[in-house]
Write a protein that binds this ligand. Sequence first.
Ligand code: SF4
Length: 478
Amino acid sequence: MIDNGYLFAKDDKRLFINTSLGCISKCRFCYLKNLGMDKIQRKTWKEILNLLEASDYKYSKNTLITIGCFSECFDDYNKKETIEIIKFFLQKGNQVQISTKRYVSYDDIKELIPFIKYYGQFVIFVSSSTITDYKIYELGTEQLDLRFRTFDLREYNIPVVLYMKPIIQDVTVKDLILYKKIIISKGISDVVIGSLFTEEKGEEIVHFLSKDYLFYNECDDEKKIMNELSIITRTWRRSTEVMNDLKKFEIFDGIKKEVSTLLEKDKSGHGIEHINRVYSMSLRFAHQEKADEFVVSLIALLHEVDDYKLFGNENAKNLTNAKIIMNKFDISDEIQEKVLDAIEKIGYKKSLMGIRPSSLEGMIVSDADMCDGLGVTGILRTYDYQKVHGKPFFDKNVFPDSNLNAETYKLVDDSAVCHCFEKLLRLKNLMLTKSGKEEASNRHDIVVSILYHLFEEENAPEWTEYLNHFLKSIDLKN
Ligand code: SF4
């Protein structure tokens, strides 16, 4: 137990941290005034961590860190302290959640990204109780358009949750249609619908106080809002339920380590760096396509661990390593089946044989895998691979094989540029999802632009002509 305002915990399951006590905003429903926190007191992140160290409170890596219940944690004066506290606990392996009515930008949190070990280790809850009347009820908070831009952080694989807490009777419900629009337009996948804390005695005491001052008191509108919103998104009663659900992604930190060890000898551009890029892109696509993020993550992380070039044909056929890893991390048979089915069908050569993934999750990873073969990364990977095998980047005298099929396709080509024609420039047409098509189209244009520049620099007009014809022919096939 620890309870000194800045730090509060009843047990080692959850630790509440406040970088400040009191808030400059003046929300009508705020409970801080009931707790006598009218004036703002602050401590630096170092002082707060010193307080923690000096106490006899014992936390572990499994302790959930919750920041900001006695203040807005992302005001200009305490944002830096909040970031440092988050960084500290991410490095310790803890899950960290913040709730805020401020705009959190990529620039604000970019320094945290390298410390996030798995999707869901750091989660932002964007708080809003009313849209049309926020200037009355949430006086002094961030204007809503800007506040809701925080949801754009999902592009960087940071879960951002809509925190409709408290529901204000007869007020929040008026904006149900507007909230639905925002949930759909922003692709918000999780919404917490919570009660106002009041002094009126209720069944449940609020979780961040040791004395019974405040209670949860559910209002009539909560059920209606919950019922309506659960048709279009996942709804929860408590932020801790969201955090618990996301904790399942923690195993991916362990799986990544296994995969990294297995692929450390890879020289073909399919090592852990490729896996990390595909994993990250796949998760982004999964949000956009509303796919099962857990299954997508497993497919993305395991799609190269039985590659025949490193592990032989027997492994490639039986997917031995993927099975060993999934068993080690207790993945259910049902999920294993989905993952193995997708892995069996991912790959450029397989696509030339007409083998394509059939599940949405498999399609997403297939697209992300192929997108990683495009753009600047695709060109560099191609260059590296051909160079390792003694092939030049460009040989003016050797043109690509125009009769490409699964039998004639070769990994080691006559040059990196030939490989661009035999593989990279064809990938755009193999995309299976909307997200993949958009990403591939941008990356394809980069490859095309690099090739045009190269042929000009090399004074090779016959190659420019060849590229023109080639692009027309693949566009016709599309
Ligand atoms: S932003 Fe949060 S802490 Fe600040 S006044 Fe509003 S409810 Fe209270």
